[in-house]
Write a protein that binds this ligand. Structure first.
Ligand code: BES
Ligand code: MN
Ligand code: ZN
Length: 500
């Protein structure tokens, strides 16, 4: 799915292929908004009769399609269940929009969505949710099937409202972000034989433009800079590691003293190394680069939107394999910041590559850092597929990231850092070890480990092991197994809030 055109029109204008009308669950009395009643007037009251007869339930995610036989200027009406009116939030509308996108997938074309001023959501929030739900809901991960018949595309979304001042512009920007979310999903879904660290670096390089500089440091350069942790993790694979660096320099920055530093984990395949993972579901570890993919895609989005904030992004790409040249449990590595790390588990590789990437981001002038990583299985056990865990070394920064998470729909929940946890990554031989044999608090210990490499200034860490890559449909607007693009919307929202 590429670009989607956004327009705002008065209800009933134009000749869309579909018009989607939101319908809440519960009493049918007053279930239709003024706009819907007006459309229904032209449709000879058919919708109201359908509602009265009890055929419209309004359950979230359900749809009913009616052909208009020329009575309306739209060829078909899709009544979209949005659940209980008082419970409608942005995620509910995303889900409803995704269900509609699924219903129109055989035809595609122009989809008009009636905004509803009786909902407890501002029109701009509704518009955003509808664009996101449509675009993310119609994503297909089946790019590698040879027989797949591609779904017809929704090419245009028309927002039906009479109060749409500035809505077309803001909703178009959301569509731009949606396109890059799906780009991140493509990267996460790419098989690891195709998407090696070098290939990921090449995909990033293709995004370079007048305000976006992209470079990739190879193994030799990584060693030269003393990045012993990233180097060791990437060493077993013949597809060597890359440190992918993207710099966004807008023509004008709102805050000259601020450089946002984004750091992403991009393990293009995580076999676990010598501490080998079990075979079951190991194939999903192609998605262990989802944090890095989100960072790369978000940089492209920010550049396209020309947000006035300086950003440096550092993506640590490597493949964690087993070979005669693997790093081992017992090895002691020296990270770029000079700290020594005893390896106790080669499957705790994410924190190792991030250690060096965090150092590099600070070296490149990042003042406020956010890293994103599919870091621990225990984070997924704790929060499932919806929330990511958020850690930060500073209250203000925590809340800044938290607010961006909430608005964007990439949900995050705060988790603690505390010096008392540090002793669990103490090593008898080195400055610290990379995993604890206590099976407790693993996401927190990983964050404490990262803190040692986060340098001076605000730093936040998102463990997106749950929502970054889905084992199965989430049953909302993320209906597909695989990469979700988690983090792209959050980063763009954060960049936006830092520049206004
Ligand atoms: N990439 C995994 C974490 C992961 C697991 C992400 C499942 C998504 C789904 C990470 O590199 C890892 O293996 N972590 C270990 C750390 C442990 C050895 C301390 C884990 O969580 O088991
Ligand atoms: Mn691992
Ligand atoms: Zn991993």
């Amino acid at each position: 799915m590429g670009e989607v055109v956004i327009e705002v029109k008065a209800p009933g204008e134009g000749e869309p292929d579909f018009v989607a009308i939101p319908f809440p669950e519960g009493n049918t009395e007053g279930a239709f908004s003024n706009g819907a009643r007006e459309l229904d007037g032209r449709f000879k009251g058919r919708l109201q009769r359908l509602a009265d007869s009890g055929d419209l339930k309004g359950e979230l995610g359900t749809t009913v399609v009616l052909h208009t036989d020329g009575e309306l200027n739209a060829r078909r009406v899709v009544v979209a269940g949005i659940g209980k009116k008082e419970e409608v939030d942005a995620d509910a509308l995303r889900t409803a929009a995704s269900a509609v996108a699924d219903r129109v997938a055989d035809v595609g074309g122009t989809l008009a969505w009636l905004l509803d001023d009786s909902l407890p959501l501002p029109l701009a929030v509704q518009a955003r949710a509808i664009v996101e739900g449509t675009m993310l809901g119609s994503y297909s991960p089946a790019r590698w099937k040879t027989q797949e018949k591609p779904a017809a595309r929704v090419e245009k979304i028309v927002l039906y409202t009479t109060a749409g001042n500035g809505l077309a512009e803001s909703a178009s920007r959301i569509a731009t972000v949606g396109k890059w979310v799906n780009f991140a999903r493509d990267l996460a879904n790419s098989p690891p034989n195709e998407l090696t660290p070098e290939a990921l670096a090449m995909r990033a390089a293709e995004l370079a433009g007048p305000t976006l500089a992209v470079e990739a440091l190879d193994s030799a350069r990584i060693d030269e800079l003393g990045m012993g942790a990233l180097s060791a993790v990437g060493r077993a694979s013949s597809n060597g590691p890359r440190l992918i660096v993207l710099r966004y320099e807008p023509a004008r920055a709102t805050r000259e003293d601020l450089v946002l530093g984004l750091v992403g984990k991009a393990i293009t395949f995580d076999a676990g190394g010598i501490s080998l993972k079990p075979a079951l579901k190991m194939q999903d570890m192609k998605g262990d680069m989802a944090g890095g993919a989100a960072v790369i895609a978000a940089m492209a989005a920010v550049a396209e939107l020309e947000l006035p904030v300086r950003i440096v992004a550092v993506v640590a790409a490597a493949e964690n394999l087993v070979s005669g040249d693997s790093f081992r449990p017992g090895d002691i590595l020296r990270a770029a910041n000079g700290k020594t790390i005893e390896i106790t588990n080669t499957d705790a590789e994410g924190r190792l590559v991030l250690a060096d990437a965090l150092w590099y981001a600070r070296r490149e002038g990042a003042t406020h850092v956010l890293d994103l990583a599919t870091l621990t299985g225990a984070m997924e056990l704790a929060l499932g597929d919806f929330y990511a865990g958020l850690f930060a070394n500073e209250e203000g920064w925590l809340h800044e990231v938290l607010a961006a998470a909430k608005t964007s729909g990439d949900h995050a929940w705060p988790f603690p850092l505390h010096p008392r946890y540090r002793r669990y990554v103490d090593s008898s031989f080195a400055d610290l070890k990379n995993s604890s044999d206590l099976r407790q608090g693993s996401p927190v210990l990983a964050a404490e480990f990262l803190r040692e490499f986060s340098g001076e200034g605000p730093w936040a860490h998102i463990d997106m092991a749950g929502p970054g890559f889905l084992e199965r449909s989430r049953g909302d607007y993320l209906t597909q197994r695989g990469g979700t693009g988690y983090g792209v919307r959050l980063i763009v929202e954060l960049a936006q809030s830092l520049s206004s």
